[in-house]
Design a protein around this ligand. Structure first.
Ligand SMILES: Nc1ncnc2c1ncn2[C@@H]1O[C@H](COP(=O)(O)OP(=O)(O)O)[C@@H](O)[C@H]1O
Ligand SMILES: [Mg+2]
Length: 297
C-alpha cells in the first residue's frame, strides 16, 4: 500500500520544498520507491533535483490540461528509487486554465491513482497558497504534513490551514488525515525556537513529529548544486535530521513507535557509510542528470 503525503502551508519560506526534496530523497535512500510531485509553479523541487525546469517539453501543467499522459511528463530515476513529476512557471496559469474544467479538484488524483501502487510514497510539494493546485493535492493525498518554521509568526495562518484541511476532508476527500507538524529551521542557540515549539505544541491538537529539522546552511546550499542533502553532504546535520524524519514517516506508516534515540545511533552509521559511497557516485549521478536533460532538449 502506498501513502500519498501532501506537504502544505500557505506561507512561503517555511521549508515545504526543502522537506519535499530531502524527505523524499532519504526515503529513497532507505530503499523506498518514491514519486515526488511538484505542483508549485516556482518549480524549486524540480530544480532542487538538478532538473533544468525551463527546458522540459512536458510538465505537470500539460498533464493538468490533458495535453500529455503521466508517463510523458514523469522523469524516472532522477536519483535511485525516485521519480519526479516536474513543474515550472507555466503552472501559474493553471488556476485560470482550469476554471471551465469539470471536476477540476480531482485532476491530479485521477492521474496519481493510476500509478500510486508502483510507489511506497508519493510526496506532493504544494505552492504557498490555498488555491486549486493545493486543493488538488488535498484530494489526492492520504495525509497532509505541515511544515512550520520556528519563528515568531509560526502560528499565524495555521488555523486557516487546518480549517482548509478539514474543509477538504468533509467536502472532497473523507479519508484525508493530518500526518503531522514538522518544525523546521530550528536554531538551538535561541530561546525563540524553543518557545515556538512549546507554544505550537500547546495550541495544536495535531500530532507533532519528534524529529525537528535544524537550521543548517548545507540544506540551503544543496539546491544550487541540484542535489538533495544526503548526496550533497551526507554527514551534515541537515542530512541526519531528514534521515530521522524519513525513518519517523516510515514508522508512522507501519504503525510502529518511533524511538528517536535508537535511530540516531544507526543514522550516524548510515551517514558515514553513505558518505563514503557517495564520494564515488555523486559525480556519476550529476552527470546522469545532465545527460538526461540534454537528451530531453
Ligand atoms: N533547515 C533549514 N536550514 C537552513 N535553510 C533552510 C532550511 N529549510 C529551508 N531553508 C531555506 O529557506 C528558504 C525557504 O525554504 P523552502 O523550503 O523553499 O520553503 P517553502 O517551500 O515553504 O517556500 C530556502 O532558501 C531554503 O533553502
Ligand atoms: Mg516551496
Amino acid at each position: 500500500m502506498s501513502r500519498v503525503i501532501a506537504i502544505a502551508n500557505q506561507k512561503g519560506g517555511v521549508g515545504k520544498t526543502t522537506t519535499s526534496i530531502n524527505l523524499s530523497a532519504c526515503l529513497a535512500e532507505k530503499g523506498k520507491k518514491v514519486l515526488v510531485v511538484d505542483i508549485d509553479p516556482q518549480g524549486n523541487t524540480t530544480s532542487g533535483f538538478g532538473v533544468d525546469k525551463n527546458n522540459l517539453e512536458n510538465t505537470i501543467y500539460e498533464l493538468f490540461l490533458g495535453e500529455c499522459d503521466i508517463n510523458d511528463c514523469m522523469i524516472k530515476d532522477v536519483i535511485e528509487n525516485l521519480s519526479l513529476l516536474p513543474a515550472n512557471v507555466n503552472l501559474s496559469g493553471a488556476e485560470i486554465d482550469l476554471l471551465s474544467v469539470d471536476k477540476r479538484e480531482y485532476i491530479l488524483k485521477k492521474y496519481i491513482d493510476k500509478v500510486r501502487d508502483e510507489y511506497d510514497f508519493v510526496i506532493i510539494d504544494c505552492p504557498p497558497s490555498l488555491n486549486i493546485l493545493t486543493v488538488n493535492a488535498m484530494t489526492t493525498a492520504d495525509t497532509v504534513l505541515v511544515t512550520i518554521q520556528c519563528e515568531y509568526y509560526a502560528l499565524e495562518g495555521l488555523s486557516q490551514l487546518i480549517h482548509t484541511i478539514n474543509l477538504a476532508k468533509s467536502r472532497l476527500n473523507p479519508s484525508l488525515e493530518m500526518e503531522g507538524v514538522v518544525f523546521t529551521m530550528y536554531d538551538a542557540r535561541t530561546n525563540l525556537s524553543l518557545e515556538v515549539v512549546e507554544n505550537v505544541k500547546q495550541s495544536l491538537s495535531q500530532s507533532v513529529y519528534k524529529t525537528i529539522i535544524p537550521r543548517n546552511i548545507r540544506l540551503a546550499e544543496a539546491p544550487s548544486h541540484g542535489m538533495p542533502i544526503n548526496l550533497y553532504d551526507s554527514k551534515s546535520a541537515g542530512a541526519e535530521s531528514y534521515r530521522l524524519l524519513a525513518q519517523e514517516v516510515i514508522c508512522n506508516d507501519e504503525g510502529i513507535e518511533f524511538d528517536i534515540n535508537s535511530f540516531k545511533d544507526s543514522n550516524e552509521k548510515t551517514g558515514s557509510k553513505e558518505n563514503d559511497k557517495n564520494k564515488n557516485t555523486k559525480k556519476g549521478r550529476v552527470s546522469k542528470i545532465k545527460k538526461r536533460i540534454n537528451k530531453e532538449k
